[in-house]
Design a protein around this ligand. Sequence first.
Ligand code: PLP
Length: 362
Amino acid sequence: MQEVFYFGSGPAALPRPVLEKIRHELLDYRGTGLSVLELPHRSDAFFEIRDQAVRGLRDLLQIPEEFAVLFMHGGATSQFSMLPMNFLGSGRFADYLCTGFWSSRACAEAARFAEVRKVQALCKGESLSIAPHEEWDVDPQATYLHFCDNETIQGIAFPGVPQVPQEVLVCDMTSSLLMHPVEISKFSLIYASTQKNLGIAGLCLVMIRKDLLEQVNEPVPRLYDYRRYVREDSVVNTLPVFAIYVLREVLDWVRTEGGLPVLHQRSLARSAQLYRVLDESRLYENRVAPGFRSSINIPFAIHDAGTLEDFLRQAEQRQLLGLQGHRSAGGVRVSLYNAIPDAGVDRLTEFMSEFEARRQHT
Ligand SMILES: Cc1ncc(COP(=O)(O)O)c(C=O)c1O
């Protein structure tokens, strides 16, 4: 059978060697006699997994000492509520830069119970782009500024860290973390769900500058209080042990692949390969302006509904899976996370060119 390539946006493909390692260790975790699925969250074996995962993240991302690395439940969506719960209220407000679906959703959630200013930064002309920072209606008095560096659905990305007057910069890096090096010290808080590049669903990673904890409002529910996660090394209640174990294995794999600079170059080369096909095409349309194109999530339209259906069906016959666009956007979306082998991108781009050529001859 032909190898399956899965381009889903998350839960996403896992590296093959990680899946094999999990299978190997599943019934007896390193002589404990327990499956890793059964490990107690307060056992030494689990503490070792957690600590190694934190160390792995610190090494790969060069996380400075003044940041705490935390594991939480609830995915990135939980952070949409936790941020205002911890830092807003009592006359404080936040700015939210909105460039697509997820940053707008974070803003809407915060607005449910705190004062927020929605800063529209997405330009919807002939192509999609992000307005220049001089045009953003931001307020230097805001307690924090929130943005999403890579919009997973629109496939639009900031070309660098945005220039803003706020000192406290908060970023949702759910779909970009571990795709390239990040200058962590430019941020105060970074969060990411783990089901894209960091493993499986059920876990959210948070990196927070510790001095920010002094600004936490009282009272915050126990499970949603950042200070408690720092004090208790993330073990506030029963943690998703398996998801943290998978994270540790993924981090090991990233290291053996050469680390973030190597993965970044690979990511740029693969996305360029795909954009070349899109740019030469009269059938596929990507609407994002060059300069703001994501190298990670690449959506495109096929305007005729019947042709789109044929495309997805024929792709599936070639074992190219997970290409359906988000339910809010339709079309096609290709997610090129780290675990996708180069051969997957080759097969996909060959298929796309062939599909278009065949249509021109019918
Ligand atoms: C950028 C971004 N933020 C937030 C989320 C929400 O993540 P979760 O469903 O894990 O809460 C997603 C999910 O795809 C995402 O891509």
